[in-house]
Design a protein around this ligand. Sequence first.
Ligand code: DGJ
Length: 716
Amino acid sequence: MIRFPALVLAVLTCIQLQAQRIAPILIETKNASLVLNVAGNQRVLQSYFGRKIDKASIGKLSGGREAYLTAGMENQFEPAIRMVHNDGNPSLDLRYVSHSSKQNGTVITTDILMKDPVYPVEVTLHYTAWTNEDVFSCQTIIRHQEKKPVMLTQYASGMLHFNADQYWLTQFHGDWAREVNMVEEQLTHGIKSLESKLGTRTNFYQTQFYFLSLNRPSDENTGETIAGTLNWTGNFQFTFEIDQRNALRVRSGINPYASEYFLAPNETFTTPEMVFTWSSNGKGQASRNLHRWARNYAVLNGKEERMVLLNNWEATYTKFDENRLVELFDEGKKLGVDLFLLDDGWFGNNHPRNDDKTGLGDWEANKTKLPHGIGYLVNESEKRGLHFGIWLEPEMANPKSDLYKAHPDWILKLPNREEHYGRNQLVLDLTNPKVQDFVFRIVDDLLTQNPGLAYIKWDCNRSMTNAYSPYLKEKQSHLYIEYTRSLYKVLDRIRVKYPKLPIMLCAGGGGRTDYGAMKYFTEFWPSDNTDGLERVFIQWGYSYFFPANTISAHVTSMGKNQSLKYRTDVAMMGRLGYDIRTNTFTPQDIEFTSNAIKTYKRISPVIQQGDQYRLVSPYEEDRAVLMYVNETKTSSILFQYFTTPRRKNIFTNVRLQGLDPLKIYRIREINLYPGTKSGSPENDKQYTGEYLMSIGLNIAPRGFAVTSNVFEIEAE
Ligand code: DGJ
């Protein structure tokens, strides 16, 4: 028998495949098309991405750039994937094999299988199109049947290619208590990278979202823009590379920093999904697309209303006992909140959690502060008609804890190096299945012993440094990836048993804000900075990517120069809550707050489920104005926040958006402080939607204090 060397066989297979012309692979939503073509050499090319095009135009498309660029072959730019084979060959050649699509309602998934003609490696590009929401995702599934593990040094979720004259990138950066500062700049030739190497608390410095605007900066309503993110609660990387011909490649994925991955034969490496939406109507439309997608698909209980809660953190910090908490329940009842949330400081006996130096890891109620345990608190709050929730930080330990003493091998720390603390604590080695069981049991035991427990706040107060996993041993380069996978394993177990329980995601403020996590969580804590004025900017920043029902916003005593009304109006643009000593409130403050909570519950369906329009940016004017409109365009809520009172300010009319031009709307200023009346010339006026959207409202702020207004705009 004549034996063909592998290479010859491979070439023959290629020639056979070349003979078949594969029709364009179309991935499309209501308004956008992504078209992939298979080239003569069987490489898969991105031929088009943008405004939806018809079949005739699609048929005329040819060429393009490789959809998932590999390293080691002809490509000289940043690759999507780089693999080193068993024989040391550092190249990958991916050729089209087949593709298939599945439809589930309005969601269409497409799998494109590619194989290396020489090495037994296969890569599937898995696309999802949420057609109604105009949102796409791409993830990659990598497998091989070589004899021993192959090494992956780059494993992006996907790539997008663009051809424009200019590219404008909007990013959001920050730090503790000053999250999501927006910056827009023109990309220049070379590589710009937005990334995190923090492991846990990943978004501490860089939020994992971007807008990419083509040809010119886009504004709220005009301009072609792409909003992108990665569903991954760990190190991420977005690179934007402009080549010598001014073409842009955007690569999104897990940050491969210190993370060479040794993929065993027949093991499957599935990347997280990169998610993106396309808009020809600027950032506002892109945000609304993501908000709808988030509520419909990406966030836990996305369509359900959130509870108004009273949290005790800023009211007591760790200094409380059971009597003080019961007093707070009474205060919460007086205000009319739905739930009391007990924060940090309730646990630890040998190492009582009286500050942030001790006790983390010892999850039993402190007997001095809470002699009757958590069950008593659940009962007492329920007696007052309140649900009860509790704070946990399950992934961490203080060295001063029983946990640390009992299980020194459960801690991420480098051998032969000093421990390095963040907020006096260390990260647990979640890659260890025993630690995963421990973390699951913290939640499960609490919920089993206290079936009335109705809410959890899941905190994570440090990032990884000097990290080494005793469990992973020689596979240290898998640590960052395995940590996040392990977190998801624990959260999956929790969600199998407690599918609906509301849980707030927190990471010392907004250190973890990504859609990889949000499928397990109902809301997130955006910042420990709860000053009303600062929160206008912070919540504005998050509003680009997250719907209002996910953004926890609490009225606190920070921002003392702002009125209680201002701080309340700011918190109402998200999921309203309180974190304040209400025993210092005047009777008018109590009256105002309990009315505000009633008002919020009445209007929150519009805020939490409606379409959001950012009308005046606080980055451009000394005020912020935004509105939410319900699906039927019969009800709308408008917020205005004055940020910097200056004599120079001259404010013009604000044109509303999203209304029905033919409907007649009545404007009413609501949420007024007791004893005050609306000073707005627009209060109680009626206008058509057309008038409101073309001429607009005269709601110019007056005076020299930071003031705010809430208007209800109802169709008659
Ligand atoms: C950081 C969070 O952001 C705060 O809200 C609070 O829960 C503290 N941790 C408690 O330690």
